[in-house]
Design a protein around this ligand. Structure first.
Ligand code: KG4
Ligand code: ZN
Length: 334
């Protein structure tokens, strides 16, 4: 529940991590089923925590893409039903615009034009945002998203899903220059990203080094503290993790550094699940990017409804109301 596009009255997130963990990644059919189960109690809890009743609402926002169709359908249908029952306007929000507004919500001082890097399990997209919130896609990943690369590398090293946060916590214990990975050279748009080569390089490393035993040990663990992971992860593997993380951070920040020199922008926004990454935040603070860089707090970096509400507020003010014929779009562009 968001008031005036600025104040978060309540933010309830239903995690599906336990459901998908057994399969080592998100299973679309299970995701939509879990959405169906969660949506009524989550909405009720959000209303209760905010101390709101239906007549207090000015509108209902939903994400209509991009994402998994089955999950999007649950949210879109539910939002339509509330709007119909209570005579409220329906606001259709692009999920990526939501991630950008997670920053605007906490940092209303964010000046436009800006560069926005959305880094999550599904996206590694760099946008130029003009003063009037017009978005221009500058570059994107050609293959895996950064979060996907984290999760895949973690999985092949024997860590549970989602592995991004675990690798982030272990990276400070390794030498970030311990393993040298060659950087991807992009043909065509040199600002595009590619992470699948890096993932394959990690795979080759695990095959070339005697790691089978430690990987098998970690595979048997589903949940552990940093200290417990450190006990079952030798220094050479920590170096590998630190070097992987360093390479991803360099790939992300080098593009922003280059672009911020070329484009006259006022600020940089880094958002999406991977924006939680502590190494990325520290490197951004130390970087040569000479303009303010804004990250959402970790709770608003990963998927949440507050950011969708914040993005919807602008639409409500401008009267950009969606029709009851709104359909989810799995590959909706921004
Ligand atoms: O935005 P998000 O919650 O969902 C998507 O839209 O994908 O992002 C989830 C992704 C996962 O791949 C997860 O491993 C990654 O963000 N992630 C991280 C960290 N926290 C979450 N990756 C690296 N370091 C982190 N601290
Ligand atoms: Zn997301």
């Amino acid at each position: 529940m968001v008031e005036d596009g600025r104040t978060v009255l309540s933010s309830v997130v239903a995690s599906q991590i336990e459901t998908h963990q057994r399969y080592g990644g998100v299973v679309p059919e299970l995701a939509s089923r879990e959405h169906m189960r969660a949506i009524t109690p989550v909405v009720a809890e959000a209303m209760e925590r905010a101390g709101c009743a239906w007549p207090d609402l000015a509108g209902v926002a939903c994400t209509y893409g991009p994402g998994l169709l089955g999950s999007l359908l649950v949210g879109v249908t539910y939002a339509k039903a509330i709007c119909m029952a209570h005579g409220l306007p329906l606001l259709a929000v692009n999920h990526l615009e939501g991630h950008i507004h997670a920053v605007m919500l906490e940092h209303p001082e964010t000046a436009l034009p800006a560069l926005a890097l959305i880094v999550s399990g599904g996206h590694t997209h760099l946008y130029h945002i003009r003063g009037d919130f017009e978005y221009e896609l500058i570059s994107r990943t050609r293959d895996d998203a950064a979060g996907e690369a984290y999760d895949k590398v973690a999985k092949l090293l024997g860590f549970p899903y989602p592995g991004g946060p675990i690798l982030d916590r272990l990276a400070p214990y390794g030498n970030p220059h311990g393993v040298r990975f060659t950087r991807a050279h992009m043909k065509g748009n040199a600002l595009d990203f590619s992470f699948s080569g890096l993932k394959t390089a990690v795979l080759r490393w695990t095959e070339a080094n005697p790691m089978a035993e430690e990987i098998a040990v970690r595979r048997r663990i589903t949940n552990a503290s940093v200290d417990e992971w450190l006990e079952v992860t030798p220094k050479t593997t920590l170096d590998l993790i630190a070097s992987f993380q360093q390479t991803v951070i360099d790939e992300l920040l080098s593009r922003i550094e280059k672009l911020s020199e070329e484009h006259p922008v006022e600020s940089v926004i880094i958002t999406g699940g991977v924006a939680c990454n502590a190494g990325l935040r520290q490197a951004a603070a130390r970087s040569r990017i000479g303009i303010p860089i804004y990250f959402p707090t970790p709770g608003l970096s990963t998927d949440n409804a507050a950011m969708i509400g914040a993005a919807a507020y602008r639409k409500l003010v401008r009267g950009e109301v969606a029709g009851m014929d709104l359909r989810p779009k799995a590959s909706l562009a921004l």
